[in-house]
Design a protein around this ligand. Structure first.
Ligand SMILES: Nc1ncnc2c1ncn2[C@@H]1O[C@H](COP(=O)(O)OP(=O)(O)O)[C@@H](O)[C@H]1O
Ligand SMILES: [Mg+2]
Length: 367
């Protein structure tokens, strides 16, 4: 599965984009500010319904334009078309999948699994658990089909319990109902996450070994509550303190991935460059795992790769991509920056983003 056509209208500074990526590996070059990241941002919005640069999609709409549209076609039998439109004056996205106007975001996400590797990627280690939970759940969502339904039930039960905790007097029977719900669905979520994690771990270790051998590094899954107790018991026992705090302190909403070097948090020990390689290994492993278990291929959006890696790491990174079936969109200021990183015979499509006189940018195909 790969993108065979992209049509963008009014995305940041880009002139209307019509791109037909003919290869698996697509390199997009252009000067600073020409719109390379904007192109990746457009693909990200198409597959995820949100940007990686801003929380407010209205900023992505070209100045003075009332709306932006993004359209993509995925190869396969049959082909799949995806569309997203965002009006400046309307918060909601209009989504389309295979022509269906009532498509839901989860369906777009499922149709086009995306992984982003950009200069902010090291934040996955440094930042809050929410980012790592999202990484974990991305993996589970794409291979375990009942995950989304279980996640929704869990979230609903948690919302109800939290609302009751914030209320002055709680009727024990009323909260017990939601605690029971949360315990049932939360345990199921943990089972799916744990299963996924135990199969993902060896793929990650194998990938990391290629990029950066770090023998002391370990990756753990923490489920979000006491290891020794059931979720039902934890919720019951922590009810008084949860009530004081006004929220549920333990549960699947607190799950995390812990990355350590000899028992110390990896962020405290590794250099920035090493952190980026560990994150790259995590993200490449997601795609490799998806290929092996679900025979599905994700699309990599890789922003500014050469700037992040030295010559040797570039080759190892590119080698891992070449060994996969995935499609990749890779940006770089210099078109030649990755020339020596690919094996002989690998076909690489080159695109160039160029400023026009009006201050906009054109995407040109070099082939
Ligand atoms: N909503 C917008 N409308 C028009 N131009 C924009 C908008 N948002 C950003 N820009 C401009 O578009 C360009 C985007 O550049 P960017 O995609 O980051 O380039 P690159 O990754 O090639 O350095 C910048 O020059 C920026 O000023
Ligand atoms: Mg950029």
């Amino acid at each position: 599965m790969s993108l065979t056509l992209l049509n963008f209208h009014a995305v940041r500074n880009l002139q209307p984009v019509e791109m037909t990526p003919s290869s698996r590996i697509n390199v997009i070059s252009g000067a600073n500010g020409s719109g390379k990241t904007s192109l990746l941002e457009g693909i990200h919005i198409l597959g995820m319904g949100r940007s990686f640069r801003t929380r407010q999609l209205k900023h992505v709409i070209q100045m003075d334009q009332p709306y932006m549209t993004l359209y993509g076609r995925l190869s396969g039998e049959p082909e799949v078309t995806l569309g997203v439109r965002r009006l400046r004056a309307q918060r909601e996205l209009e989504l389309r999948l295979k022509g269906d106007k009532n498509a839901r975001l989860a369906e777009l996400v499922e149709a086009m699994p995306l992984q982003l590797i950009n200069p902010d990627a090291f934040r996955l280690l440094e930042g809050s658990p929410a980012g790592r939970r999202e990484f974990l759940d991305w993996g589970v969502f794409h291979v375990k089909h009942d995950f989304l339904a279980i996640w929704k039930h869990t979230r609903r039960a948690l919302k109800h319990r939290n609302a009751l905790l914030r209320r002055g007097r709680i009727h024990p029977q009323e909260i017990a109902v939601w605690e029971h719900e949360l315990a049932v669905w939360g345990e199921q979520m943990d089972t799916l996450r744990r299963d996924w994690f135990s199969s993902f771990l060896p793929v990650f270790e194998e990938t990391l070994k290629v990029l950066l051998p770090l023998p002391g590094l370990s990756l753990h899954y923490a489920r979000g509550w006491d290891k020794e107790k059931s979720l039902a018991a934890v919720l019951h026992d922590s009810r008084p303190t949860d009530q004081q705090m006004g929220f549920t302190q333990q549960g699947p909403q607190r799950a995390d991935l812990r990355i350590r070097i000899n028992k110390q948090p990896a962020v405290e020990v590794l250099s920035r460059g090493q952190q980026k390689l560990v994150v790259s290994a995590l993200k490449l492993a997601q795609g490799r795992f998806l290929e092996r278990t679900a025979q599905r291929h994700c699309i990599y959006l890789i922003d500014d790769l050469p700037a992040e890696l030295d010559e040797q790491n570039r080759q190892q990174f590119c080698g891992l991509l070449e060994d996969m079936q995935c499609q990749a969109f890779i940006t770089s200021v210099e078109p030649s920056a990755l020339k020596n990183a690919w094996r002989t015979g690998t076909s690489v499509a080159m695109f160039h983003v160029k400023h026009t006189k009006e201050g906009f940018s054109d995407l040109l195909s070099d082939s």
